[in-house]
Ligand binder design. Structure first.
Ligand SMILES: *Cc1c(COP(=O)(O)O)cnc(C)c1O
Length: 351
């Protein structure tokens, strides 16, 4: 279930020049966003995130055209703000009165603050070993927090079982259609920042996969209205060796991913044993000629040091995973020195 837009109509009426006078937030793409009346927008200042040419890091890997899109600048410090700004705004527009979410951490924090702003109660279900930052920030923002003995998939089952009786609207990734609409704006910004020419490669740390699914959808829409051509970046999905269902499915050439047993990794956003949109992620990787690779926690920790020492960018383990993947991607020839490569730093460092 996805949101659809009158793309043919937009082709004639909406042009990139129209963006020039608009504020540099994700709401500048409003023609391709699902909010009908702007008065329902719940915003904490979702700034366009910087696209940084990381020359020193690029030199280290032999990639002169290496860029980082730094999503840590968004409210609550991760790209999850994009999806939840959209989902909560739409919830407000639709008059929803109670929201529930299963989360591996950052989505819970983002939902808590946006729901607080909208005056809608938020019910959070997450693993009891979720990073303290996420548990604390949800409580500080007044959400009802339940910590469970299990993983995000178990939290999802609890929400699914109880939502009807409790009157909650389930904002699980890809179970409601609006979070992905927020996340696709990563692709819009990237396209705009590169002058409506897409890079050769996007490397993205993948948990539930909405980032990839969203950008894929966004690029299709931009092509349909004539703002970009047919070229797509090769999507490279990075997971942790402690939880790599998409990598395993990609290697076996399967359309769906089997649930991962005993998922564990310091990158909590990647600790998603089963993604609802697994087939959509795998499709985007294949259609784009991309790949899926896993990195160890140790490699992630090394990359968390390499990135700030080379570029001054402090990162979450998930963002560092994309840097950690570069070694193998360059040495096995998946990425060539001539490629223009964009890493997504999906969030900032949290103590
Ligand atoms: C949720 C999350 C991810 C995974 O993103 P998906 O789009 O769900 O695959 C990556 N990094 C961080 C920091 C996250 O919070």
């Amino acid at each position: 279930m996805f949101a659809h837009y009158a793309l043919e109509q937009l082709t004639d009426t909406w042009k990139p020049e129209h963006l020039q006078s608009r504020p540099t937030t994700l709401w500048r793409y409003r023609e391709l966003l699902p909010i009908c009346d702007e008065k329902h927008i719940v915003s904490l200042g979702e700034t366009m995130t910087p696209l940084i040419h990381t020359k020193r890091l690029g030199k280290h890997f032999g990639l002169p055209k290496l860029w980082i899109k730094d999503e840590s600048r968004l409210p609550t410090g991760s790209f999850k703000a994009r999806g939840l700004a959209m989902a909560v705004s739409k919830a407000k527009e639709l008059g929803l009165t109670s929201l529930a979410i299963p989360s591996a951490g950052n989505a819970a924090t983002a939902l808590s603050v946006y729901a607080a702003c909208a005056g809608i109660p938020a019910n959070i279900f997450m693993p009891k070993d979720t990073p303290a930052f996420n548990i604390d920030t949800c409580r500080l923002a007044g959400a009802n927090v339940t910590l469970i003995d299990g993983l995000i998939s178990d939290a999802g089952k609890i929400v699914a079982e109880r939502k009807t009786d409790e009157g909650w609207f389930d904002v699980s990734t890809l179970k409601e259609p609006y979070r992905v609409e927020g996340k696709k704006t990563m692709g819009f910004e990237l396209a705009e920042q590169f002058g409506w020419k897409l890079p050769d490669v996007i490397i993205y740390p993948t948990g539930g996969g909405t980032g990839i699914v969203g950008m894929w959808k966004g690029f299709e829409e931009l092509e349909a209205i004539g703002w970009i051509g047919r070229k797509r970046p090769r999507f490279i999905s990075v997971q942790s060796t402690g939880c790599a269902p998409i990598v395993k499915a990609w290697e076996k050439n399967n359309t769906h991913a089997e649930p991962w047993q005993d998922a564990h990794t310091i990158a909590s956003g990647l600790r998603v044993p089963q993604a609802i949109g697994d087939f959509l992620i795998l499709n985007a990787i294949r259609e784009s000629g991309g790949a899926a690779v896993a990195v160890s926690d140790e490699e992630i920790c090394d990359a968390m040091e390499l990135l700030p020492t080379k570029e001054g960018i402090l990162t979450c383990p998930e963002g560092a995973a994309t840097v950690a993947a570069l070694d193998q991607l360059v040495s096995d020839g998946t990425i060539k020195p001539s490629d223009q490569v964009v890493l997504f730093n999906t969030g900032g460092y949290q103590a």
